[in-house]
Design a protein around this ligand. Structure first.
Ligand SMILES: [Fe+2]
Ligand SMILES: [Fe+2]
Length: 192
């Protein structure tokens, strides 16, 4: 069996893209935890943006596909959505209270535990099966949608994209997710 080179895998396979995002999310939790007080807000904003893009892309592109194609898809996806919604609630509370809130560190630890357990469950119960039940072409199509979402929220913005990113990914986490959702639907041709 031939193996795809790592640098091209991420470009074309939706599972590889999502796994890479899971790793980026873990790194960003590290960054927020370790950030000096005056840089914590900025790091937290990047984490919120990445989570908004990642979870929304999964909800719009990957979970619906998994629901239809994998064994016990409804149960697996419903469990993942429950986890995502719990994390979103906590994320919204933290965003509202701000990074200077006295319980920020405790909430961040709780969020990290929940998000990482959720990612492990996706990898174990959803992505493994999804890889087995989809063709390379299908995974490439889904990857294009996830990449369209990712392009809206680069964690290290490229020159020239910052204004658009700021406009799209401003406000509350829920508002960000709504805008990412609209943009994904447009990119996937679901809106007129
Ligand atoms: Fe997720
Ligand atoms: Fe995920």
């Amino acid at each position: 069996m031939t193996r795809t080179a790592p640098e091209t895998m991420g470009e074309t396979d939706v599972i590889d893209l999502l796994l890479a995002q899971h790793a980026m999310i873990r790194d960003l939790f590290d960054e927020v935890e370790q950030a000096p007080t005056d840089q914590r807000a900025e790091a937290f904003t990047r984490l919120v943006r990445l989570l908004a893009v990642h979870e929304t892309a999964e909800e719009e592109i990957v979970h619906p596909y998994a629901r239809r194609t994998i064994d016990g898809g409804d149960g697996v996806v419903d469990d993942r959505l429950t986890e995502e919604n719990q994390a979103k609630q906590l994320l919204s509370q933290m965003d509202q209270a701000g990074p200077d809130a006295p319980d920020f560190a405790a909430n961040l630890a709780m969020l990290r535990t929940a998000v990482e357990a959720h990612a492990r469950s996706e990898e174990r119960y959803e992505f493994t099966q999804l890889r087995g039940h989809t063709s390379q072409a299908e995974r490439r199509t889904m990857a294009a949608g996830v990449k369209a979402a990712e392009a809206m929220a680069p964690t290290h913005p490229h020159p020239g994209t910052e204004t658009a990113t700021k406009n799209l990914l401003a406000g509350t986490p829920i508002a960000m997710m709504d805008r990412v959702r609209d943009a994904i639907r447009q990119a996937m041709g679901k809106n007129p």
